[in-house]
Design a protein. Structure first.
Length: 323
């Protein structure tokens, strides 16, 4: 790699097999309109500002924050690893339909429109419109207008309009939609809040009374009215809280789900690598973002099977636990 320390070009920046020791930030007003093109095999140790940012191919790593005045685009034919370690924000669109590359965002994404395929996001997504296919989002997906998901695992979601298809899995007990959620006929909605993700990640046996819960978008839906001054807002909530957590069927404190997710999302900010103890191979099971991404994609694609928990309970069972 050719090492670059200071980049100051008004017309644009093209990087190929470069190690940028600093940041790519504007120093003059003319550089505010500068585009950045990363062709392949590049590491940027600092932040990046661009009018437009395009990544054509891996392996690429940007270790600082990224902001684009207009679009941030990943080429459809991109291959290899593309990792963004800090927050990514755009005033317009962030788009990637690349299926053959390993795209990882290790912090939050902010933009007007976010369209991602085959992508791992350790943080949350905030946008007006979000379209996700075959994606993992450990945090939440929050869209002020529309959210469309197909075959995804997300922490939770909240959008005015939500459309889902394929298999959708939630990591948190509840998700929300302003309007009634549009569900395709083949869609299945699952909840992983009581699955023993720590054990599955480490390859050890799952705790008793843990597992995945299949949700019914009709019976597990509740309508709530929120008030802001004199304005009334209707919210549709899809939740397993009343069905399982209220019955106290499992000691949630013993599950390491939140620790696994939190340590991954904060990986770039932590001073050391944490672990979940000894794994099935007798060695420490470290929480490494790339390994966590592989784990959740295997979970999404059915390569790792989770015990099924029906989530039902009886009034007598609750009474016995409270006695």
């Amino acid at each position: 790699m050719k090492e670059l320390k200071v980049i100051s070009l008004e017309n644009g920046v093209i990087l190929s097999e470069n190690l940028v020791k600093g940041s790519i930030l504007p120093r003059t007003s003319a550089e505010l309109e500068r585009d950045v093109l990363i062709q392949n095999d590049t590491i940027v140790e600092g932040a990046v500002y661009a009018r437009k940012l395009e990544i054509q191919n891996g392996d690429v790593e940007i270790r600082g924050a990224v902001f684009t005045k207009l679009e941030f685009h990943i080429s459809n034919n991109a291959k290899g690893n593309i990792i963004l370690r800090k927050t990514v924000a755009t005033s317009d669109s962030l788009v990637s339909y690349a299926r053959d590359c390993r795209l990882m965002f290790m912090a939050d994404i902010n933009g007007k429109t976010v369209k991602l395929c085959n992508t791992f996001v350790a943080g949350s997504i905030f946008a007006d419109e979000v379209i996700l296919e075959d994606c993992i989002v450990l945090g939440g997906v929050f869209a002020t207008a529309k959210l469309n998901m197909k075959d995804c695992i997300v922490g939770t979601f909240n959008a005015k309009q939500v459309s889902v298809s394929g298999d959708i899995k939630l990591l948190l007990p509840s998700a929300f939609s302003g309007e009634e959620m549009q569900v395709m006929s083949e869609t299945r909605l699952f909840n992983l809040s009581l699955a023993d993700l720590g054990a599955l990640y480490a390859g050890t046996p799952e705790m008793e009374s843990t597992g995945i819960i299949e949700m019914n978008t009709y019976s597990d839906e509740q309508e709530s009215q929120l008030f802001e001054g004199d304005e009334k807002v209707l919210v549709h909530c899809y939740s397993v809280v009343g069905k399982v957590l209220a019955a106290d069927l499992v000691n949630v404190d013993k599950l390491r789900n939140h620790f696994l997710i939190g340590a991954t999302a904060l990986g770039s900010q932590l001073l050391k690598t944490y672990d979940l103890g000894v794994g099935a191979n007798g060695e420490l099971c470290e929480i490494i973002p790339e390994k966590v991404a592989d784990f959740f994609f295997n979970l999404l694609h059915g390569k790792i099977q989770v015990r099924v928990l029906d989530g039902s309970f009886s009034i007598q069972e609750i009474a016995q636990r409270l006695a």
